[in-house]
Ligand binder design. Structure first.
Ligand SMILES: [Zn+2]
Length: 124
């Protein structure tokens, strides 16, 4: 499942840092692109274009926002993934794969997507 435009717009309104790295908010009226968590004033939804890589934003002629610096690496990670990593560290025998362990099934679709974007190495 992919994030819908409404879900992404809601994430930027809430400045939700857990969406960082999943998509960028490009503002058509000012030609700037931001991280989902950018603290700057939010544009109207009709003036926003959601893009999935900073490269796409740059290729479309958008400049990186000076406030949220979308070209800098993502620092935060979703809470469920932090918990998952903690469980993996405390239990090295734990195997996680795409067939799905209970832990992985707790992740929401976008969190699994976050993991594959941020951490493209195969697990398990
Ligand atoms: Zn910004």
């Amino acid at each position: 499942m992919e994030l819908s435009k409404a879900e992404m717009y809601q994430a930027i309104l809430e400045k939700d840092t857990s969406f960082e790295g999943l998509f960028f908010t490009a503002v058509k009226t000012i030609g700037i692109f931001c991280k989902p968590s950018c603290p700057a004033r939010k544009p109207k939804i009709e003036n926003v274009e959601f893009l999935f890589s900073s490269k796409d934003c740059l290729l479309k002629g958008y400049r990186p926002c000076k406030v949220c610096k979308p070209l800098e690496p993502v620092k935060s990670m979703p809470l469920e993934i932090r918990k998952l990593l903690k469980e993996m560290v405390s239990n090295p025998d734990l195997k996680i794969n795409d067939r799905g362990l209970p832990i992985k099934s707790r992740l929401k679709c976008w969190e699994t997507q976050w993991l594959s974007v941020q951490w493209p190495v195969p697990m398990g």
